[in-house]
Design a protein around this ligand. Structure first.
Ligand code: C2E
Ligand code: MG
Ligand code: MG
Ligand code: MG
Length: 289
């Protein structure tokens, strides 16, 4: 039996595999250290009503300020901890930091909605909703209605009934939910039907190519149609130009977020950006159809 396993390569020492396991463990150790050292920070990207030219909120996006490497984007470290309890530790810090920031802005007289990305593992952590409720109690001037949680359809959200119950429970507190990267998962329509989310967030991959790819345009029209049928709000991410914005408005999607409006920025810069936000007139005039 052992011989057979050996022949199939299972029990053989593989230096390449060994090196990978060590590198992964090393990376996890560094991330754990970084959480303890408060090396993470949140950037904020404005979300606007493109038709009215009005800021409606901002999305919190985590960054790692690594003393050695500088600013590291989430795509480089979140996938490493997706299946690991560290994603819960980091998620708890992110949630608290974003709500604390809302409180600071509130004190400065700025009323905003903040969207916070929640990892599947974090959302399914026992006591997630109670933890959120406690946090909101700590900052009584922050309204739960100012907090929106973005979730992505992943294998991490395996237990859809459990997740749906957590969402219901959290919505009773007043927070809202968005289905992020909508349309990219394997079972988006099942999620749409079974998860009580308030908002569908059209994935940026469809928005990016919508002007040159009729199929992407059709998907966007489809998502907007679904949002109407199911009584959900719809927002587009990855709005890289005014032309994208105008087409989206024409199709009936007025809410947008993307580099064409603003890039993610440090918290201190957001109030000034909002005060100076005055979109060019073109944004506000949808194309004639
Ligand atoms: P996401 O939640 O879909 O966030 C949108 C990503 O697209 C952000 O990348 C944002 O900077 C980028 N983006 C915004 N506008 C444009 C645009 O016009 N063009 C292009 N090409 N990109 C645009 P970022 O910050 O690197 O985040 C990547 C992903 O990492 C996020 O995708 C989200 O899934 C995850 N993530 C980021 N922050 C957090 C967090 O605090 N918690 C969790 N659980 N996940 C996070
Ligand atoms: Mg998001
Ligand atoms: Mg997204
Ligand atoms: Mg994404």
């Amino acid at each position: 039996q052992a011989k057979q396993a050996g022949r199939n390569g299972y029990h053989l020492f593989d230096p390449e595999q060994d090196r990978k396991v060590h590198a992964h463990q090393e990376a996890l150790n560094r991330i754990a250290q970084a959480i303890e050292n408060y090396e993470f920070c949140l950037y904020y990207q404005p979300k606007v009503n493109m038709r009215e030219g009005r800021v409606i909120g901002a999305e919190a996006l985590v960054r790692w300020q690594d003393p050695q490497r500088g600013l590291v984007s989430p795509g480089e470290f979140l996938p490493l901890i997706e299946e690991h309890p560290l994603s819960v530790s980091l998620g708890e810090w992110i949630l608290e930091e974003a709500i604390r920031q809302l409180h600071i802005w509130r004190q400065q007289g700025l009323q905003l909605t903040i969207s916070i990305n929640i990892a599947g593992r974090h959302l399914q952590q026992r006591g997630f909703c109670e933890h959120l409720a406690r946090l909101l109690k700590c900052y009584p001037d922050v309204c739960p209605q100012q907090v929106e949680l973005e979730i992505v359809e992943t294998s991490a959200l395996a237990d859809i009934q459990y997740v749906s119950d957590v969402i219901d429970q959290c919505r009773k507190l007043g927070v809202t939910f968005a289905l992020d990267d909508f349309g990219t998962g394997y079972s988006s329509l099942t999620y749409l039907k079974r998860l009580p989310a308030d908002v569908l967030k059209i994935d940026q991959s469809f928005v990016r190519d919508m002007l040159k790819d009729p199929e992407d345009m059709a998907i966007i029209e489809g998502v907007i149609g679904l949002s109407r049928t199911f009584g959900r709000q719809v927002i587009a991410e990855g709005v890289e130009s005014m032309e994208h914005g105008q087409h989206l408005i024409r199709l009936g999607c007025e809410l947008g977020q993307g580099y064409g409006i603003a890039k993610p920025m440090p918290a201190q810069e957001l109030p000034t950006w909002i005060a100076n936000y005055a979109p060019e007139q073109g944004w506000l005039q949808p194309l004639n159809s």
